[in-house]
Design a protein around this ligand. Structure first.
Ligand SMILES: Cc1ncc(COP(=O)(O)O)c(C=O)c1O
Length: 408
């Protein structure tokens, strides 16, 4: 039997069924009218924000990386919880504006911004995290044509990465940001053009569970921001320290020691050099804010045995949960936390694989894991589904279409 990932804190059972935000899984499915269904718990997101606020220095603002989950009601709920939003496309700009969020709270990072996206962002007063000299030139020309003073920051490609991170976004050649040694010259051009200089965005990696590695990266980020500001010859208005706080997805993963990240950052901020004395700092988090607050519910439509192995065939799959299937950047496939939601407190009785309804061997939500005996009609829960689920999976594959989504 292969192990399953750890079920996040905050979930319990009512009448033997998985309960999310105090409501039974079957009740939530009834409310949504169908499976597959993503359920996001507002309460768990609020709790996470409160933990972050308690652990991090008060001087550090909290930004939400919209790419993790742009579900409209969730964005609306986030407005009162976080200080800013980071978007990665013109599409996300539209989503966030539709949620009524003030564009002054938004920054826009991401390679390959089209002219139309730059124009929409500049006109709205969004801060652009510039990814290259070419993008800077286009942004300045567009702002000039619009007669607007653009809010510009530079995304720096640092010479270091976030050790142990699932996704490295710095350290060597990268399509993201401007190589650190060319940044002072670019900032000089931005200042000379009369733009509203916002500062640096330095994002070194994502999905790290090692507090010491995060603290070390934050220290290197602050040192780099100070060095670049000295070379620019101006105090730094803002510094986005990146994020990279990970969540436990797999067996053996240990939750991040948030208190020690916060304490180390507090110590760094207490000894800032002169050019950063007045700098406003922020961190930018996606999955850490919303990942564990989401559950994907899918119904078993068939139970079958092949060569002695049991398959629970569901109406969901990798078209909604690419990451849980092991096809979103993982090298070795391991099981996410998965459970039979309708028999949540029942003991393990058999080994089974939970598969999706797509005709590909890649469509596997749990591989040879231990479950209570489940039948057709039972609900399966895939946890850690609040980030990079619905919006990061190929919903149109095989004509399946999107899952329902519910914020409770
Ligand atoms: C620039 C940037 N910001 C934020 C994120 C969000 O990362 P996470 O969801 O791991 O916090 C990413 C992820 O790749 C990113 O590239």
């Amino acid at each position: 039997m292969k192990p399953l990932g750890p079920i996040p804190a905050g979930y319990g059972a009512i009448d033997g069924e998985l309960a999310i935000a105090g409501r039974k899984a079957s009740e939530l499915v009834e409310l949504a009218g169908r499976t597959p269904l993503f359920v996001y718990s507002r309460e768990l997101v609020e709790q996470r924000v409160a933990e972050l606020r308690a652990a991090l220095p008060a001087r550090v603002a909290l930004h939400y990386a919209v790419k993790a989950n742009p579900h409209a009601p969730l964005l609306a709920a986030m407005t009162g919880l976080v200080d800013g939003f980071d978007i990665a496309s013109g599409g996300e700009l539209e989503m966030i504006r539709a949620a009524g969020i003030n564009p002054a709270r938004i920054s826009f990072a991401g390679p390959g911004k089209r002219d139309a996206e730059l124009e929409a962002a500049i006109a709205a007063g969004v801060t652009l995290n510039l990814e290259s000299e070419g993008e800077a030139a286009r942004a300045l020309a567009i702002a000039d044509r619009l007669g607007v003073v653009p809010k510009l920051a530079v995304r720096v490609n640092p010479d270091f990465d976030l050790k142990g991170s699932g996704m490295k976004m710095g350290g060597g050649a990268k399509p993201f940001g401007v190589d650190a040694e060319r940044v002072p010259a670019l900032v000089g051009t931005i200042l000379a053009a009369g733009a509203d200089w916002q500062g640096f965005h330095i994002f070194a990696g994502s999905q790290a569970l090692d507090a010491a590695a995060i603290a070390d990266t934050q220290a290197q980020t602050i040192a780099l921001a100070a060095r670049l500001s000295r070379e620019v010859g101006q105090p730094l208005p803002k510094c986005n320290l990146g994020g990279g706080f990970g969540i436990p997805y797999f067996p053996g993963d240990i939750p991040l020691d948030l208190a020690s990240v916060g304490a180390a950052l507090g110590e760094r901020l207490a000894q800032l050099p002169a050019e950063l004395a007045e700098t406003r700092f922020c961190i930018e988090l996606g999955r850490y804010l919303v990942g564990e607050a989401g559950v994907y519910l899918t119904r078993i439509v068939d139970r079958k045995v092949s060569h002695g192995e049991t398959y629970l065939v569901t109406d969901g799959g990798l078209h909604h949960q690419l990451a849980a299937s092991g096809n979103f950047g993982t090298v070795v496939r391991r099981n996410y936390p998965v459970a039979i939601a309708s028999r949540f407190d029942a003991p393990v009785e058999e080994e089974a694989s939970v598969v999706g309804c797509l005709c590909t061997p890649l469509d596997r939500l749990a591989d040879k894991a231990g479950f209570p005996r489940a039948e057709v009609g039972d609900l399966v829960a895939v946890f850690c589904a609040g980030a990079y689920g619905a919006s990061a999976s190929p919903a149109m594959f095989l004509g399946q279409g999107p899952a329902a989504e519910l914020l409770v």
